[in-house]
Design a binder for this molecule. Structure first.
Ligand code: BES
Ligand code: MN
Ligand code: MN
Length: 457
């Protein structure tokens, strides 16, 4: 498709500059101070869809941040691809660890540094530019609908309702998402699954007020100490999670599945060095790729209480808190796991403290089939632009809405991600390689072409 290639290479600099403009908008969905910026970002996405050639684009308000919907319908008899992405980003903290401003994008060594560069503005915007490439060269193999949301990073709590209320408008043959990673440019891969999530908060209360740790210490249970022992007891000596019933529904991979998963290139030594860890860690009996892709986990995301200011203050605090998340794998339900967690924590809380457990947002795990037409189209698109067959992998992250595409709209999803694991998503110095951005824009039109062809169009 020479016309696509020519158009992209003629407009390469502009495509990059437009992404940089989008990255300048601090669309932090978690922080209400940025509400107007989130709204401004939605406007920018809408405008970009219209200038890329969409027939229509609109902003749909929700109880939270708005959704941008757009479409280009070329011929109702052609297949329709629903592109999903998100324009909201994670908070950039800790700010002092960034080497340049999180919302002042810079390009260094061929990498774009900014919050959202990879997750997900950079990846979402590849689809907008791919639409432009296809529209301007008059080669649009599929109808395209866009649903770009502003609340993915805070749990997509209003998107399920949007799906239910817009079933007709969202009718499509497949959902296409670029919000995951691949192994490397040398080893392109396609994630064929996402983990689910159950996110909990624990509050432990000891004495009815902060106490002098000398006057009372030794006679009153310290809620921080109690919380730490409870958290420590959630893994056993094999790093297996100890919550009763936690693994009941987890299926072991077959030997064939295990072999396939572990045939992906992976070097433990390089992995450890890159992360600055002395030794890997994880559930006994599973490889690194199995641990992140196919096994459930439990991690403390934050813990606080007592005195954390400058210097020392001797205090036996009244309260301690922790945020704990669990990544889930197929057949584990987030509500059920949240319940098991709550019951277990209540049962192990020592008599000297009171405990309150609350559930934050959750999401269900998904496996995207690799034997579907859509997956084959994605694999052929990668083969065309990378010159190599993609390796199917399992992603460790979560995109809760993907399970709802299936349960509410009856649609399967293809995860055509171009990020890299070391893109520092959710971390300081998030980056996205210009090469990945451009490769994505080049690859996406081929997905549309092969998907249409494989459907007999
Ligand atoms: N894009 C990520 C998910 C992801 C990253 C999947 C890398 C596969 C590979 C997404 O924006 C994300 O961060 N999701 C959250 C869940 C959400 C409910 C906050 C996550 O995985 O923690
Ligand atoms: Mn994302
Ligand atoms: Mn994210």
């Amino acid at each position: 498709m020479q016309a696509w290639k020519d158009y992209q290479s003629q407009n390469k600099d502009r495509f990059l500059n437009e992404l940089l403009d989008l990255l300048r908008i601090p669309s932090i969905s978690a922080d209400s101070k940025y509400r107007d910026d989130v709204a401004r970002c939605a406007e920018a996405v809408k405008a970009s869809l219209l200038s890329a050639g969409a027939d229509k684009a609109e902003i749909v308000p929700t109880a939270g941040h708005p959704i941008v919907y757009g479409e280009k319908i070329v011929d109702p008899s052609k297949p329709t691809v629903l592109v999903y992405g998100h324009y909201d980003v994670q908070p950039p903290d800790p700010l002092d660890l960034w080497t340049s401003g999180p919302f002042e994008p810079v390009i260094k060594d061929g990498k774009i540094y900014a919050r959202g560069a990879c997750d997900d503005k950079g990846q979402m915007f590849m689809h907008v530019k791919a639409l432009e490439v296809m529209a301007h060269s008059g080669e649009l193999p599929c109808n395209i609908k866009f649903m770009i949301e502003g609340e993915e990073e805070v749990g997509s709590s209003n998107l399920g309702k949007f799906l239910e209320d817009h079933r007709e408008q969202l009718k499509a043959d497949i959902v296409l998402v670029s919000d995951t990673s691949m192994i490397s440019m040398e080893h392109p891969s396609i994630e064929s699954g996402l983990r689910g999530l159950a996110y909990m908060e624990v509050e432990v209360t000891g004495p009815n007020r902060d106490l002098h740790s000398g006057v009372y210490g030794g006679a009153v249970q310290n809620p921080i100490n109690a919380l730490c022992s409870m958290i420590a007891s959630l893994h056993d000596e094999n790093n297996h999670i100890t919550i009763p019933g936690f693994y009941d529904k987890v299926k072991e991979l077959s030997d064939t599945e295990k072999t396939a998963l572990n045939s992906a290139p992976f070097n433990q030594k390089e992995y450890n060095e890159e992360l600055g860890i002395g030794k890997e860690w994880g559930e006994k009996g599973y490889s690194n790729l199995e641990r992140t892709g196919t096994r459930p986990t439990l991690d403390c995301n934050g813990i606080w209480g007592g005195y954390t200011g400058e210097g020392a203050k001797t205090v036996l605090p009244s309260k301690a808190f922790a945020k704990i998340s669990m990544r889930l794998v197929p057949n584990q339900g987030s509500d059920e796991i949240a319940k098991l967690f709550t019951q277990h924590l209540e049962s192990i809380a020592p008599a000297g403290v009171k405990i309150k457990v609350t559930t934050h947002h959750g999401g269900e795990p998904v496996v995207t089939p690799t034997d579907s037409v859509a997956y084959q189209a994605a694999a052929k698109a990668i083969k065309t632009t990378f010159g190599k067959d993609p390796i199917p992998t399992r992603g460790g992250g979560s995109i809760p809405i993907v399970a709802l595409f299936e349960s509410i709209l009856g649609l399967k999803t293809v995860l055509l991600g171009f990020g890299l694991d070391n893109d520092n998503i959710h971390s300081p110095n998030e980056k996205y390689d210009v090469a990945n951005y451009e490769k994505g824009i080049e690859t996406i039109p081929y997905f549309h072409k092969f998907f249409a062809e494989m459907q007999g169009n």
